[in-house]
Structures are given as C-alpha cells and as structure tokens.
Design a binder for this molecule. Structure first.
Ligand code: ADP
Ligand code: MG
Length: 350
C-alpha cells in the first residue's frame, strides 16, 4: 500500500512532466526539452530502494545506485573488510571522512537522546537473532543479557579525526542511522546534478527533493503499524520522512509475546514503552533516522518531552493503546486514511 501511494505520486508527476512543460516561457526562442521523471529500483542495505528523479539521466541514476552500494560496503556490520566490520573485529579502524562524520554525528545523537540511541547495542540485537536473515530468533536469558550489557555504552567509543576504536568486547552498528545518511548523500548528489524534484524511497525512509514537478507537495504514505494499510499521507516538500516501527522485523514466542528489533539499551530487551511506530519529519535524513529509533525507545511521554525541548522536527506517534499523535505543524499536512481506527490528537505545544 505504502509503495502504491508513492507510485501514485510518481504517476501524477509523470503526467505533469516538469521544467519547461510546467512553466511556459513566452519570450524565449530556446525550447527547453521537457524533463522526464526517470526511476531506478535496486536492492541494498537489506531492503528494496527506489530513486525517482525529474530530469535525471541513466548515468546519474547509476551513480546514485553506486553511491548506495559503496556506503553499504563501507558501513555494513557483516561484510568482512568494511570499516565497521574491522572496527568491531579488531577494536580499531581508520575510517573514510564520510564514515567518520556519520559515526561522530551518531555518537552526538546518542548523547542528545540520553542513550536511547546507542550504537553499541549491536551484540544485544544479535543475541535476539535480529542480525541474520535466517530468522534464528531467540529470547536470551537475563544472565546472558546482563553480560552483554556490560559492553553497551556508546561513551566508550573513541573517535579521533578519522580513527575509531572500541574497547574489547564492544561492537557497534550504524544501522539505525545509515539509511537516513544515505538519503542525505543521495539528495545532495541529485541537487548538485541539477535535479530539483525527486522522491527517494529507501525502505521505510522517504526523502524528497523539492516538490512534485507540478509544484504541489509530495504525498508520502505512512504505514499502519498494526495492519496492512496506511495510517494516512503526509504532504511534504524537501523533507525526510522516516518511520521506525515494531512491525518491521519481529517474532513471537510460544506464549504469543511479540519481540521486535528496536532495543532498549538499558534493559537489553525490545523497547516496549507504549509506542508501536514513530514517524519523524525533518530536513535531514540522518537526524530523522536517529530520532525515529530513539523516540521509539523513549516511549510516548519522553518522546513528546524531547519534541517540546527541540522543536526542530515533527512527528507522528502511534501508541500501543490505539492513539495517533501529531505535532501541530503536521495537523494540516496529514490526511488520515478512510476508516482510520486510531483516535487522532494533536500534541499540545507545551
Ligand atoms: P530500520 O533500519 O529497520 O528501518 P531503525 O532505523 O529503527 O529501523 O534501526 C533499527 C536498527 O538499529 C536495528 O536493526 C538494530 O540494528 C539497530 N538498533 C536497534 N535498537 C537500537 C538502539 N536503541 N540504538 C541504536 N541502534 C539500534
Ligand atoms: Mg532509525
């Protein structure tokens, strides 16, 4: 459904064309060729990604895909030889400028969110079986989690310029921020190449360049975390829209208890603090990605308190008890799906 809505937005864009077609220029003899919406789809970072850009040629789309693949190669926790793999296995690594930038920003956001985001939670995520594709999920016992939590502490990750190191027993994972950062680098590449209208879907992370070619907002579908359909659509331009939800990767035990892949670094267990999905809307993919994970961990009350203290992003929270909470700026931008079964409310300013 979510993908279908994005496709609908593309459909409209295709009908409208862009550039000269949308803005007739009377007095000039030069006829600018109407720019077409071109798109590419590929599998990377464990998900299907699509890039749709107005006026992009095949070479630019290939460059965009190559950029994503090179980031994956560098930041993957599981690819032998990646910078993160080396850091995790050898305790230190020389990072590229961009990987060092990402780690630096991620560490700052771990601090900003008071450890709700913690890049060193990786061994815990693995203990629950969420790092392999084969679905070998399990519930670790308290002693095992206690031992693993001894090495969960982002403040002990050292970054000096491009040199990173972690203490013995610690492993990091930038999975909570990589797709957002990837979206930022992709939008920068497209803009530098002259693209003024684009829609990127990086598996749960949507990033937009400008507005639709006809000048209207992009409409980004937000998935219903408890069902197959959509909660509704957000009208945005030049924004990142990033969702973290318990529905993305999860398993249930024999008693029917649900466990998902977003961990509370304090308990070592899946974060269960009242939220089932968090969508963050803002200018930067990296920031939105970090916050979607961190606010999910914080839970309803702390997420609202964080928003009130920062105000540099907007959010849609879906609570376990059936409420849909929007920050005030989204009230106008959000169109609920028909027959929405959540009780919708706007979060008070203070
Ligand atoms: P996704 O990547 O599935 O779209 P997120 O951006 O929320 O979703 O990132 C979740 C990933 O981040 C997990 O798969 C795990 O590797 C890692 N992770 C889980 N909990 C945390 C946490 N509290 N802090 C940092 N990373 C986390
Ligand atoms: Mg995230």
């Amino acid at each position: 459904m979510y993908k279908r809505l994005a496709a609908l937005a593309l459909g409209l864009a295709l009908l409208c064309g862009c550039g000269a077609a949308a803005q007739p220029q009377k007095e000039t003899e030069t006829v600018q060729a109407a720019q077409e919406m071109r798109s590419t789809e590929f599998f990377a970072m464990d998900t299907v990604m699509s890039v749709r850009a107005c006026g992009a040629d095949e070479a630019l789309l290939a460059q965009a895909e190559a950029l994503v693949l090179s980031l994956e190669e560098e930041l993957s926790t599981t690819r032998e030889g990646s910078a993160v793999y080396t850091l995790d296995h050898e305790g230190h690594a020389e990072l590229s400028e961009r990987a060092a930038y990402l780690l630096g920003r991620a560490l700052a956001l771990c601090a900003e969110t008071d450890g709700a985001l913690d890049v060193s939670v990786y061994p815990v995520v693995r203990a629950w079986g969420f790092t392999t594709a084969d679905g070998s999920y399990r519930v670790p016992d308290a002693a095992e989690l206690d031992a693993l939590l001894q090495n969960v502490d982002y403040t002990r990750v050292l970054l000096d310029g491009t040199e990173a190191s972690v203490p013995e027993g610690m492993e990091i994972d930038l999975g909570a921020v990589t797709k957002g950062y990837t979206g930022d680098l992709l939008t920068a590449l497209l803009r530098e190449s002259g693209v003024e209208s684009a829609l990127l879907d990086l598996g749960g992370n949507v990033q937009t360049v400008g507005c639709k070619p006809d000048g209207s907002n992009w409409r980004v579908g937000v998935k219903d975390p408890a069902g197959e359909g959509l909660l509704g659509a957000l009208a945005v331009a030049d924004k990142a829209v990033v969702t973290s939800g318990g529905y993305e990767r999860y398993f249930t035990d024999d008693a029917g208890t649900l466990y998902w892949h977003i961990m509370d670094p304090r308990s070592g267990c899946p974060a269960r603090n009242g939220l089932i999905s968090v969508t963050v809307v803002g200018d930067e993919g990296l920031y939105c990605d970090a916050l979607s994970t961190a606010l999910f961990v914080m839970g309803t009350e702390d997420a609202i308190a964080f928003w009130r203290a920062h105000r540099d992003f907007d959010m849609v929270l879906v609570t376990e008890d059936g409420r849909l909470l929007l920050t005030p700026a989204l009230a106008e931008r959000f169109t609920p799906a028909d027959a929405l079964r959540y009780e919708t409310a706007v979060i008070a300013d203070a």
